[in-house]
Write a protein that binds this ligand. Structure first.
Ligand SMILES: CC(C)[C@H](C(=O)O)[C@@H](O)C(=O)O
Ligand code: SF4
Length: 503
């Protein structure tokens, strides 16, 4: 029997309340953390700190680690012998630290390696109702499963390693309802870019956002992850979506999912084993059913209130593309680079002027006239199987423009293997795309995949700051479908007018 809550609560409040260790008046709450994800860039100092203090991990089984940011994607050889000294030192340090502290580690060639925000869900380590942290801002991705997931700094990484808890002040709540059917050619990426364009890159600062409404319910888990992934680009502490049948179907049978036989020795599953349940197949099914029953309660109660609410009409959306140097500088593909009088205030005007110059764009220029030198399909925003399928459908039977360097970088080994099984690699390669090994790649300039100064890229990633993809590089954020179309035509292209070629 479940007890009725006294007051209707939001999804966020339920997950938060379930993890409060202690909440002293006037001080941050101490939250229990179910899972910490670890990558090579933000972990070395945390491990060093533990060593200095002579501490162990409080619970190594609630950590999983992989390498993603620094690893070259060009060949297996390049990954096994990393030339860059910093990258090689960070990757080696993670290998050594995981062995020393007892963390399960997925190395460059492991079939479970991938961008840290890809592998959590793939392994079923990301589950509804959990608290999940990582020294990485795009940890918000995991909120797509109804988890409270957020990025933390390196000293906090150390704190979680040592105590499995984290001091946190409670964010306010913000519900964004996206209602109605998405028009043809409009994707999850376009929804989130539109939201950031509306509310601005600080629009959700201080809030935990819940995405709701029929358009969000209609999205696949992949699409929901794309949306939650970019919550941080609107300044949000976290982004969440209530779990439903799609969430449960996605998780069933995954390695760390409850009731997956054989029970794993190292399991970050938050729920203690039910002592009444044994280890037969029937019992596994019962464990799964029990988990799903508990997960079903993770919805915002009727009558619960949010500090802020916004409703968006999905039927009015068009494919989005950024024109400037922040994800909020966004318009639609049939739109134009905004003119100065479109700026809201002085600060905005200064930002526009600087962006025109950095991006080498003229105010009022139609977006479809912007020619690109490079196309990057990948990242923890859009490097999933569904993204690659969508891009391949656009590319099939076409060739990459001779003026464009295009690459597809699967977000994980699992996605790469699945795509190859479906023959998507052949579609891309025969069109002239490079087909790479998994990692963050050109999402950020921390590995050999970078733009040259002045080069312009249509990118499915999540950040378009100055120099993000390499010094002097220019980034236009868009969906995988739109990136694929730009690769073929050599300029930003409205995928709604695309001539699909089934040849
Ligand atoms: C390197 C890492 C700390 C960084 C982040 O926190 O997000 C990176 O993943 C990014 O996307 O900018
Ligand atoms: S793919 Fe990009 S956004 Fe995602 S973790 Fe890597 S660098 Fe960060």
């Amino acid at each position: 029997m479940t007890t009725q809550p006294l007051k209707p609560r939001t999804l966020f409040e339920k997950v938060w309340d379930n993890h409060v260790v202690v909440s002293p008046t006037g001080e941050p709450t101490i939250l229990y953390i179910d899972l910490q994800l670890v990558h090579e860039v933000t972990s070395p100092q945390a491990f060093d700190g533990l060593r200095l203090a002579g501490r162990k991990l409080r619970n190594p089984a609630r950590h999983i680690a992989t390498v993603d940011h620094n690893v070259p994607t060009s060949s297996i050889e390049a990954r096994l012998h990393i030339v860059d000294q910093i990258a090689s030192a960070q990757v080696n340090a993670l290998r050594k630290n995981c062995a020393e502290f007892g963390i399960e580690f997925f190395d460059v060639q492991d079939s479970r390696q991938g961008i840290v925000h890809m592998i959590g869900p793939e392994l079923g380590a990301t589950k509804p109702g959990m608290t999940i942290v990582c020294g990485d801002s795009h940890t918000s991705t995991h909120g797509a499963f109804g988890a409270l997931a957020f990025g933390i700094g390196t000293s906090e990484v150390e704190h979680v390693m040592a105590t499995q808890t984290l001091p946190q002040s409670k964010p306010k709540t913000f519900r964004i309802n996206v209602e109605g059917e998405l028009p043809y050619g409009v994707t999850a990426k376009d929804i989130i870019l539109d939201i950031i364009g509306r509310i601005g890159t600080a629009g959700a600062t201080g809030y935990a956002v819940e995405y709701a409404g029929s358009a969000i319910r209609a999205l696949s888990m992949e699409g929901r992850m794309t949306i939650c992934n970019m919550s941080i680009e609107a300044g949000a502490r976290a982004g969440m979506i209530a779990p439903d049948e799609k969430t449960f179907a996605y998780l069933k049978g995954r390695r760390f999912a409850p009731g997956t036989a054989p029970i794993n020795l190292v399991s970050p599953d938050a729920r203690p084993a039910n002592p009444d349940l044994g280890t037969t197949t029937d019992d596994y099914e019962a464990q799964w059913n029990l988990a799903v029953e508990q997960w079903r309660a993770l919805v915002t109660d009727e009558g619960a209130t949010f500090d802020r609410e916004l409703t968006i009409d999905a039927t009015k959306l068009a494919p989005s593309v950024t024109w400037g140097t922040s994800p909020g500088m966004v318009t639609t593909i049939d739109g134009k680079v905004p003119v100065l009088t479109d700026a809201k205030d002085d600060a905005d005007r200064k930002g526009f002027e600087r962006a025109y110059e950095y991006m080498d764009l003229k105010p009022g220029m139609p977006m479809e006239e912007v020619a690109v030198d490079a196309v990057f399909i990948g990242s923890c925003t859009n490097g999933r199987i569904e993204d690659l399928r969508a891009a391949a459908t656009v590319v099939k039977g076409h060739k990459v423009a001779t003026t464009v360097r295009a690459m597809v970088v699967p977000g994980s080994q699992a996605v790469k293997a699945q795509a190859e099984e479906e023959g998507l690699d052949l579609v891309f390669k025969s069109a002239g795309f490079e087909w790479r090994e998994p990692g963050c790649s050109m999402c950020l300039g921390m590995n050999p995949d970078i733009l040259q100064p002045g080069e312009r890229c249509a990118s499915t990633s999540n950040r378009n700051f100055e120099g993000r993809q390499g010094r002097g590089g220019r980034t236009h954020l868009l969906s995988p479908e739109m990136a694929a179309a730009a690769a073929v035509t050599g300029h930003l292209t409205d995928v709604r007018n695309w001539k699909f070629n089934e040849a």
